[in-house]
Unconditional design. Structure first.
Ligand code: MSP
Length: 666
């Protein structure tokens, strides 16, 4: 049976400067999706490239005293380097300056002209002489009541130029009907409404599609003083790259129509109005979907070189590797919505999601299998606790379908959230099953075996499912887990839970994602990642203050016993425990100190514990600590816990059974 095909594209980017984290965002999204489909057995095709023509490039090259092609060649080479660094596996990289593209653009333009879709007329507009640019009335900026060039801010003059125009209006009703009857065509759906309300229903203007004043472009072959300008040139890339219109159009036959064009929201209009009309005029089917994603902002602003607030991926990758950045980009904001890039949010995610949640789960699982079973995944036994084991097994078994549902909607962040729910559940499963207690009792060995198997299998599922987003991490996890068989690393192997073979030899390795010191890293990054930041940025988008962390105290070499006894440490029973509203860190405890009464303590351990599970447990508390307000709540003491340096896991200090509530510890 022939494999199902999947064709995905990014916009072709302007090589007017180096690619930023914003361009990287779209490209990583496309790569993640292509990898996901490939993993599922689709015959995928992933296209990206560069849009190299036009006045802006012409100007930039002139400024640097090089030819346009010399200028773009350098940036294109650097772009390809960046995609290699990000482990982007595109199938083709199209450049609009390539002959294979230009020839077909000419053919398309001629066909439009011959069938009457394009006509020649005078173009009337406002002209900016220094920029050599025409602007329509709506494009012009307003400066103290004067219409000025939106690029340079200088006044424009009325001017006429001979141009070719595309009769967009002819196709307007057809397109309205198409969009209304194909609700999946434009996603997210609100963007379809924007197109209908703002552009289509008010009536389409005919589009100017050639220039005589711009030379850096595809010449109109039947009227050489004209250059194709510029969307007909750019949009055609999605089919010229497949060999459309040539004698070798096998790829076109196989992959067109595209399954999805990923684009930033600012170019949805071109992809959902001009492009469908062009395709329809050519008698070709439309792409199945155009997805307009949101912007990655920096501070409150869209990143732009002119604003000087650009973030480049290279310094981030150099310091932390590719996978954390790819993970962050796909996880931080829902695909479709805008989001802010900050170094702090990146570093916080690295610690919380990667070091704590995922990294800990893998290292704890492997370490425990080493400790209790000599490093071999044990065989399944009869000692099942259905109430504890089945929910985890069922949740994990359902995970591939949950991830698939989200990925089909291009909801990368939600797909990762689903995976992280299972990771979180595994970490709780460890707390509940308490393998360290089972390990002490030889009679509980069978039970411990199942606990270890369940964890190892969940780790295997996780490793497979994060692969499209984080291409390097699965291999590192499989190496620690001892899963070498490629079949067990595949999507297909996730059809049933429990496949990890007994006897699989685990190998404890380095921490996958060592915990980082956020404050220190913030400092280090502010040198590299924001090298283009201008002074003024500070006022516009003040960086959030780094979170204040408890510094490790400088311990004196020794203290007297009296000094120690100044601390009143008591055993306390958790009566109530709940998350503090609007805080992702704090838990609020109501504690009983037996005959010493009750008190409230707030503790920053939310991410390590499920509050419900702590109720009834005994903890150790410093009770004569000066009270402090945390998130508006008066905290009367401090709960003692230990933080592992290596894997970042946190453990509450616990007391032996029989300790009275309120008993003094010391
Ligand atoms: N050349 C046109 C596209 C032609 S497609 C037939 C173009 N190029 S561009 O270099 O300006 O790239 C814009 C695209 O880059 C956006 O649509 C988006 O995919 C990506 N992004 C660039 N900066 C971005 C952000 N800050 N945030 C999100 N996406 C960003 O437009």
């Amino acid at each position: 049976m022939e494999k199902k095909t999947y064709y995905i594209t990014t916009p072709i980017y302007y090589p007017s400067g180096n690619m930023t984290i914003g361009h990287t965002y779209t490209t990583v999204a496309a790569d993640t999706m292509a990898r996901f489909k490939k993993m599922q057995g689709y015959d995928t095709y992933f296209l990206t490239g560069t849009d190299e023509h036009g006045q802006k490039i012409e100007k930039k090259a002139a400024e640097q005293g090089v030819t346009p092609i010399e200028y773009v060649d350098k940036i294109v080479a650097e772009t390809k380097e960046l995609w290699k660094l990000m482990d982007i596996q595109y199938d083709d990289f199209i450049r609009t300056t390539e002959e294979r593209h230009m020839k077909i653009v000419q053919k398309i333009f001629r066909k439009f002209y011959e069938q009457g879709d394009i006509y020649k007329a005078e173009y009337e507009g406002m002209y900016c002489t220094p920029c050599e640019s025409f602007w329509t009335p709506t494009q012009l900026a307003d400066k103290d009541g004067v219409k000025v060039c939106p690029d340079c801010g200088r006044p424009c003059q009325p001017m006429r130029e001979e141009s070719y125009f595309f009769r967009m209006s002819k196709y307007q009703d057809w397109l309205i009907d198409y969009i209304e009857t194909h609700p999946d065509f434009i996603q997210p759906a609100k963007r379809a409404n924007e197109m209908l309300t703002n552009f289509l229903r008010p009536g389409l203007q005919d589009l100017c599609v050639s220039r005589t004043s711009v030379k850096w472009g595809v010449p109109v072959d039947f009227d050489e003083k004209h250059t194709v300008y510029v969307w007909i040139d750019a949009l055609s890339n999605y089919i010229t790259a497949l060999g459309y219109g040539t004698d070798h159009d096998e790829l076109y036959q196989k992959y067109w129509p595209a399954d999805v064009h990923l684009v930033g929201k600012e170019i949805v209009r071109f992809h959902t109005i001009y492009w469908p009309i062009m395709l329809h005029a050519l008698g070709l089917p439309l792409p199945k979907q155009v997805f307009g994603h949101g912007w990655l902002l920096f501070g409150a602003d869209r990143m732009s070189k002119s604003k000087g607030n650009v973030v480049y991926p290279e310094p981030i990758v150099a310091r932390y590797g590719v996978d954390p950045l790819r993970y962050y980009l796909m996880r931080e904001m829902p695909f479709g919505a805008d989001g802010n890039y900050t170094n702090e949010s990146f570093l916080t995610r690295m610690n919380a999601d990667l070091a704590n949640d995922l990294g800990n789960l893998v290292s704890r699982t492997v370490a425990m299998i080493e400790k209790y079973f000599g490093g071999e995944v044990p065989a399944a036994t009869e000692a099942v606790d259905p109430e504890v084991d089945l929910p985890l097994q069922q949740h994990c078994a359902a995970l591939p379908a949950l991830v698939n549902d989200q990925m089909d909607k291009l909801q990368f962040s939600q797909a990762l959230t689903e995976i992280w729910k299972v990771i979180g559940e595994c970490n709780k499963y460890i707390d509940v099953t308490q393998p360290w207690v089972l390990g002490k009792d030889p009679e509980k060995r069978d039970r411990l075996a199942n606990v270890m198997r369940n964890l190892a299998e969940c780790v295997r599922f996780t490793a497979v499912l994060i692969g499209p987003t984080m291409p390097y991490t699965p291999a590192r996890i499989f190496a620690q887990l001892g899963v070498e068989d490629p079949e067990l690393q595949s999507w297909d192997s996730l059809g049933a839970f429990g496949k990890i073979p007994a006897g699989t030899k685990v190998h404890k390795g380095e921490a996958l994602f060592p915990r980082i010191d956020v404050n220190k890293e913030l400092e280090a990054l502010s040198g590299g990642a924001k090298e283009e930041k201008k002074e003024e940025k500070k006022e516009k988008a003040p960086e959030k203050k780094p979170e204040k962390k408890h510094e490790e105290p400088e311990y004196p070499a020794e203290i007297s016993i009296d000094e120690f006894f100044r601390c009143k440490i008591q055993a306390a029973r958790v009566l109530e425990c709940e998350k503090v509203e609007k805080s992702s860190k704090l838990l609020k405890f109501r504690l009983s100190l037996g005959k010493d009464g009750e008190r409230t303590v707030v503790s920053g351990i939310q991410k390590y514990y499920d509050p419900e599970k702590l109720v009834g447990r005994q903890v150790a508390v410093i009770t004569n600590l000066k009270s402090a307000k945390l998130a508006g709540i008066e905290s009367q003491g401090m709960i003692l816990s230990a933080l592992n340096e290596e894997d970042g896991a946190l453990h509450l200090v616990s007391l032996e059974e029989g300790t009275e509530d309120g008993a003094i510890i010391g």
